[in-house]
Design a protein around this ligand. Structure first.
Ligand code: TPP
Ligand code: SF4
Ligand code: MG
Length: 300
């Protein structure tokens, strides 16, 4: 595993951007662009990521970037990949489609599913801040059970869609789950994906202080706590072989009980309406998933 001091020194995210203080997107994108050495073309739909990117001439990113209509991130990426191939540049540049949870699991899912079925040649990275944040925190299909949003005033009642599992069912060559709180885990997975052809899907949990209602200084702490509780699990599936990575692999190896989800839930204002019964339901859901992940794990 790459250590933070070993990350490439070149920067593609320029100083200053319009995201909120403490936003997890910038941490993740910094690691992603380093992993691709900036040799990339991005397709990006409407989202907080567009806000981070900024408006010409004040862009905060130093890589080619195409703003596309909401449902078409994967379709535009498939076109960009075909264009690079026709120009003989496919080996030098990686196409990165990057969208939020709403733009991936709800609005963009048909174009993404089609691209996966065709095994189009690009990386799709979903940064999951667990709601439609750019428009003021509306519930998405990936919002967790119990979270208060402007469209779920008393807390969402359903569990989130499991996007990595949906993508795994497409039999694509690489699927991974990571967290912006672990930039080196993000970096290693993008490097791994870069060396593979076909559709590669990476799901990045991305803490959002504004929408989750926590202090911006706690972004990394909360992202790591989600992994300690098993709410977020770090893993990759390459050629159908599943393995836990980083901290999740270490937790599985230790074989001790994970931290209780109540500890994580207590840190965020969005969960303030959750009662003991709802917390117990989430705990049971997390326990069942963790048992499944540990059962599939092939990491030493
Ligand atoms: C077709 C269409 N519908 C709705 C919108 C309004 N809109 C812009 S950003 C956004 C939220 C996107 O949520 P997500 O994909 O999760 O990204 P986030 O803002 O959370 O980063 C919405 C609903 C739009 N731009 N285009
Ligand atoms: S609302 Fe959340 S995801 Fe969007 S810029 Fe602010 S902190 Fe980042
Ligand atoms: Mg979102």
């Amino acid at each position: 595993m790459t250590r933070i001091a070993e990350l490439p020194v070149d920067e593609y995210i320029l100083p200053g951007n319009r995201a909120c203080a403490g936003c997890g997107i910038g941490i993740g994108l910094r690691a992603i662009t380093k992993a691709l050495d900036g040799k990339m073309v991005m397709t990006v739909p409407a989202s907080c990521l567009t806000v981070l990117g900024g408006m010409y001439p004040t862009s905060s990113v130093d890589v080619p970037w195409i703003n596309v209509a909401f449902p078409s991130t994967a379709a535009a990426a498939a076109g960009a990949a075909a264009g690079l191939r026709a120009m003989g540049k496919a080996d030098d540049m990686t196409v990165l489609a990057m969208a939020g949870d709403g733009g991936t699991g709800d609005i963009g899912i048909q174009a993404l599913s089609g691209a996966a079925e065709r095994n189009d040649d690009f990386i799709y990275l979903c940064y999951d801040n667990e709601a439609y944040m750019n428009t003021g925190t509306q519930r998405s299909g990936l919002t967790p059970h119990g979270a208060r949003t402007t469209t779920t005033w008393a807390g969402k009642r359903e569990n989130p869609k499991d996007m990595p599992r949906i993508m795994e069912a497409h039999n694509i060559p690489y699927v991974a789950s990571t967290s912006a709180a672990y930039p080196t885990d993000v970096y290693d997975k993008v490097v791994r994906a870069r060396g593979i052809h076909g559709l590669r899907y990476i799901h990045m949990n991305t803490p959002c202080p504004s929408g989750w209602n926590f202090d911006p200084k706690d972004t990394v702490r909360l992202g790591k706590l989600a992994v300690e509780c098993g709410i977020v699990v770090l893993y990759e599936v390459e050629g159908g072989v599943f393995r836990l990575t980083g901290r999740s692999a270490a937790l599985a190896k230790a074989g001790k009980p994970l931290a209780p989800v109540a500890e994580y839930i207590a840190t965020q204002g969005r969960f303030k309406f959750m009662n003991a019964e709802a917390i117990a339901e989430v705990q049971a859901w997390v326990d069942e998933r963790w048992t499944g992940y540990v059962g599939r794990n092939t990491a030493e």
